[in-house]
Design a binder for this molecule. Structure first.
Ligand SMILES: [Ca+2]
Length: 379
């Protein structure tokens, strides 16, 4: 989830022009969980809250001054300090360009999986899993989240820590907080406004996080969307879900494996609301068949709320034994030889909370199985 880096400092007035001149197309994922950069599959969702988003233009100087005042008050941080740090933040063209990149065409599952589950990623995953077996086992015992799932997450997010992001997080969040790209499409205006406010909140949380974890706000790096460390946590997720796994008094998601693994597991356990939260030793997904004469059922939120009886009534039948009493969501994937159907259980839903995409969740699950040495199902 990492991209290039580099250049340009512009004056505020020039920035406004640049921001207006940018012609991005489809904005990415509407939700931004632990990690943030969008996957092409995720689409913009209509949100009833759109109506309440204030679209009145606000001058940069006013928005900045409000931000300084509000953040100082909210976190008890000296306003002068916030102002001085912001004065060193740099608007990044490359961040805007990456954020406004047209969404790729939605890949079919077989192509997506081939890209995500390369032989190299599987091999590195097995190596990583073996190297960190002891720490991962401890985390599993404490939280119920298996080591192979944690390994698969760091595998898809950062290639096991190889690519954690070279963008200065301060610059990335500053850019998206005040110059979030606008498409000019009225249908997307509310969405884009909400995204800008989301990043403005993340920028504020970065100030709080830096103080709490003694990070150097001027040097910490991450993805172009401001996600940090091996598991790519946004500042708000870092503050809310990170855990001090080794008990040294700090939550270090950059270099400390105990902290990194414990934090990813904690995110799985805590995030997800009433439906979510990782279930110890729970099944993730099971392949299914759709009997002839039945229509596909494709709920878009992947909430695992349908009983096996509900699904049977809609023509779905699991292709492997599934414990009675479980609830699931049906998942349709476009495979190389036609449609593939799955039941996604509560732990599948928990993976979608990390990144709101059905293919992401399936890829993480299948990578975790491959890391254990299991043969992948056909794609
Ligand atoms: Ca620690």
């Amino acid at each position: 989830m990492i991209r290039r880096a580099l250049h340009t400092l512009l004056s505020a007035s020039l920035l406004a022009l640049v921001a207006c001149a940018t012609q991005p197309s489809k904005p990415p994922s509407a939700k931004t969980p632990a990690s943030s950069p969008p996957l092409a599959e995720t689409s913009v969702e209509s949100n009833p809250a759109d109506a309440s988003v204030d679209l009145t233009p606000v001058e940069f100087a006013v928005a900045r001054a409000d931000f300084v005042r509000d953040t100082a008050k909210r976190f008890g941080i000296d306003a002068g300090y916030i102002d001085r740090v912001l004065a060193q933040a740099v608007y990044r063209d490359d961040v805007v360009a990456l954020m406004s990149k047209p969404a790729e065409r939605v890949k079919p599952w077989n192509e997506y999986r081939a890209r995500m589950l390369t032989d190299a990623r599987i091999a590195s995953g097995r190596e990583f899993f073996a190297t960190h077996r002891a720490e991962l086992q401890r985390v599993y015992q404490r939280t119920g989240v298996p080591g192979e799932i944690i390994t698969a997450i760091v595998g898809v997010e950062t290639s096991y820590g190889g690519f954690t992001g070279k963008h200065r997080v301060l610059d990335a969040l500053y850019t998206l907080a005040f110059y979030y790209p606008r498409s000019g499409d009225p249908a997307k205006a509310a969405y884009e406004q909400r995204r800008e406010l989301f990043f403005r909140d993340e920028l504020a949380q970065l100030f709080a996080l830096a103080r709490e974890e003694k990070l150097d706000i001027l040097s910490v790096t991450g993805s172009y969307a401001g996600a940090m460390g091996m598991g790519q946590f946004m500042p708000s997720s870092y503050r809310e879900f990170a855990v001090d796994g080794d008990g040294d008094g700090r939550r270090d998601l950059f270099d400390d494996y105990d902290d990194i693994f414990s934090s990813i597991a904690n995110y799985f356990v805590k995030k997800g609301g009433e439906q979510g939260g990782w279930v110890r030793d729970g099944v993730v997904a099971a392949q299914a068949a759709l009997l002839p004469g039945h229509e596909e059922f494709n709920p878009t939120d992947w909430l695992p709320v349908y009983t096996l009886e509900d699904l049977a009534a809609r023509g779905y039948r699991p292709l492997q034994p599934v414990a009675a009493g479980l609830t699931a969501t049906p998942v349709t994937l476009q495979a190389s030889d036609g449609k593939q159907y799955w039941f996604g259980f509560r732990n599948y839903y928990a993976i979608t909370r990390y990144n709101n995409s059905k293919m992401y969740a399936m890829a993480v699950y299948q990578l975790s199985q491959a890391i254990l040495g299991q043969e992948l199902p056909p794609a």
